[in-house]
Write a protein that binds this ligand. Structure first.
Ligand code: CDV
Length: 323
């Protein structure tokens, strides 16, 4: 017998979430200047009763993969080698003082591994209200190109600057629910949401930097806002989860990037959206119990999914190419 939900919620698990959109960060802006902006958004969040603030992808610097640096070590200054560090400590301290958790994206340069190699990741961390780092996610889907493409109006050399993570999509028990993270291009792939959906995720935190001009196919430029909403609304609905999408938008070093940060309910509905392309906080009370209305009805995975059948048949059939 299926569960039937009352029109109004019987139980509630509310968490007030803020999407702290950033406007552009120019090349010469210092970490300290940027952190001051993050703290200003944190203060706005505090005034609104926000418990969890989500910042964009690569929130501490300009989007540096737009330039190609032949000697990659000359780009090391864009990366963080520890977290917190002297620049971000004021953010950690202020968030802890206010009792607000946060999610922060940055470029990570690891300590040498057993082979003496250092690794570069596009990373997001989840910080609890007591200032402890409880989760780290490294971007899986790395878009763009590996080598310099000088004919482009600007580079998108993420595949030169970052390794793809082989750690998948973990989820964490935090903020009264089950939290997952993804970064920018990850949001375009249905398996990102489904991998977390299969682990019961209730809220997915996502920072992004999306240039409006998509060099490989400019016909997509006018559709950037549509595609952004399309993928996150579909991912939320099909997995019964909240999705928090947070942009670094506006014209950064001459490159215009999509803003339109938004908070999406498990119904797929947008419940809050940024109006500007600048530093702007949007917020919403996210009732994590609302997820069950989708996870236990239309998207009851255990009851209705049949991957054991269709993945086997699809791999037997293989790819059919247009003739
Ligand atoms: N930072 C990104 O991952 N940006 C990509 C662009 C290159 C398409 C995105 O998916 O928005």
């Amino acid at each position: 017998m299926s569960r039937v939900f009352a029109h109004h919620g019987e139980s509630r698990r509310p968490v007030v979430v803020g999407a702290a959109q950033l406007g552009p960060i120019q090349r010469d802006d210092s970490r300290d200047e940027v952190v001051a902006r993050l703290i200003e958004l944190l203060h706005q969040a505090h005034r609104r009763g926000v418990e969890l603030v989500v910042y964009p992808e690569l929130a501490l610097t300009t989007f540096f993969p737009r330039w190609f640096e032949t000697d990659i070590s000359r780009a090391d200054h864009w990366y963080e080698t520890s977290m917190p560090n002297s620049s971000t400590a004021p953010l950690f301290d202020e968030a802890k003082r206010l009792g607000i958790g946060f999610c922060l994206g940055y470029a990570e340069l690891t300590e040498p591994d057993a082979n003496g190699s250092r690794h570069r990741f596009n990373t997001q961390i989840l910080v609890e209200r007591d200032g402890s780092v409880i989760g780290k996610y490294r971007k899986v889907h790395i878009p763009g190109h590996e080598t310099n493409e000088p004919d482009r109006p600007f580079q998108h050399a993420e595949r030169y600057y970052f390794e793809p993570s082989d750690e998948g999509f973990p989820v964490w028990r935090a903020f009264g629910g089950i939290v997952g993270m993804m970064i920018c291009n990850d949001r375009r792939w249905p398996e990102t949401y489904r991998e977390m959906g299969l682990q019961g995720v209730e809220i997915i935190l996502c920072g992004y930097n999306t240039p409006i001009h998509y060099v490989p196919d400019p016909s997509q430029d006018a559709l950037q806002g549509f595609h952004n909403a399309l993928v996150m609304q579909a991912g939320a609905y099909q997995n019964g989860t909240w999705v928090i999408g947070v942009a670094k938008g506006g014209v950064e070093e001459g490159v215009d990037s999509l803003a339109q940060s938004c908070i999406i309910a498990p119904s797929g509905q947008v419940v809050a959206q940024a109006l500007t392309s600048d530093d702007e906080l949007i917020s919403a009370e996210c009732d994590l119990d609302w997820c069950a209305r989708y996870k236990e009805t239309l998207f009851d995975f255990d009851r209705y999914r049949r991957p054991e059948v269709y993945t086997r048949l699809t791999s037997q059939r293989g790819v059919v190419r247009p003739s």
